[in-house]
Write a protein that binds this ligand. Structure first.
Ligand code: DGL
Length: 267
């Protein structure tokens, strides 16, 4: 049976719009609710307890809005809160770690995989654990790249500054002979042109936004939860704070204008 209910996507801020963009490409007729916890971003330096608490509040809000599934687009929240959210709610809760790890496993030949993300994601070792489940001979090297988030939000996506920062962070990875690099943070897909320049042609970049959208499409199909709507789906947006440059930053992530945004007060 088809389901007309929306797919919900949440992130600590606006970075999860990279997942929305990929969903709109793969599943154009699905309606989407986007939730950006803009008042409490960044999650990347917060404790597991706090991130679980935020995840719980947001998931309950989204279920109340009729979500048929919730995508935890934030890598940090996927790493630290998803197992708890999966146990707590009985709708499909989708994270970005497993799809990213599976895609990296599919493309790696040398079985040496680099991972970049926030400090919390790197410290959680969530990608390493997911990759080890797939194949315990895989070698991983993970590096936190905290400056990439403000660069993406400020729109510093090209030129000397992002290049030098990326080169400094990634030099350690490049010399380790990795052949695959997982972008373990919602914001990093915006920096792909710079990252490609730094790592060169020999390293395949895995963007978890795109792989998560494909994973969601497969899962909803398997569960008979795809919509049978034949026109383009609608989009509703909720944020916990309306940042001054909201529209500009949102356009950068989504590649188009966001029109209806409602501020929400959660607790
Ligand atoms: N959304 C976060 C992630 O993907 C990055 C921003 C933050 O630190 O909250 O890990």
């Amino acid at each position: 049976m088809a389901s007309p209910q929306p797919i919900a996507v949440f992130d600590s801020g606006l970075g999860g719009l990279t997942v929305v963009k990929a969903l709109q490409k793969n599943l154009p007729n699905e309606s989407i609710i986007y939730f950006g916890d803009t008042a409490r971003v960044p999650y990347g330096n917060k404790s597991q307890n706090l991130i679980q608490e935020y995840g719980k509040e947001i998931t309950e809000f989204l279920i109340e809005k009729g979500a048929k599934t919730v995508i935890v687009a934030c890598n940090t929240a996927s790493a630290l809160a998803l197992p708890f959210l999966k146990k707590t709610y009985n709708i499909p809760m989708i994270g970005v770690i497993d799809p990213g790890a599976e895609m990296a496993y599919t493309v790696t030949k040398s079985k040496k995989i680099g991972i970049i993300g926030t400090l919390a994601t790197v410290q959680s070792k969530a990608y390493e654990t997911a990759l080890q489940h797939l194949d315990n001979t895989i070698i991983t090297i993970a590096i936190a790249c905290p400056l990439f988030v403000p660069l993406a939000e400020e729109g510093w996506l090209a030129g000397d500054v992002p290049f030098l920062i990326a080169e400094t962070y990634l030099s350690e990875l490049v010399v380790q002979d990795i052949d695959t690099l997982i972008l373990g943070c919602t914001h990093y897909p915006l920096l792909i042109p710079v990252l490609e320049k730094v790592v060169g042609n020999g390293i395949r970049i895995v963007d978890s936004a795109e792989t998560t959208a494909k994973y969601t499409a497969d899962l909803l199909k398997e569960l008979n939860l795809l919509t049978d709507n034949e026109t383009e789906g609608k989009m509703e947006n909720y944020v916990t704070d309306l940042p001054v440059r909201f529209k500009r930053v949102a356009r950068r992530f989504l590649g188009r204008e966001i029109n209806h945004v409602s501020p929400v007060h959660l607790s």
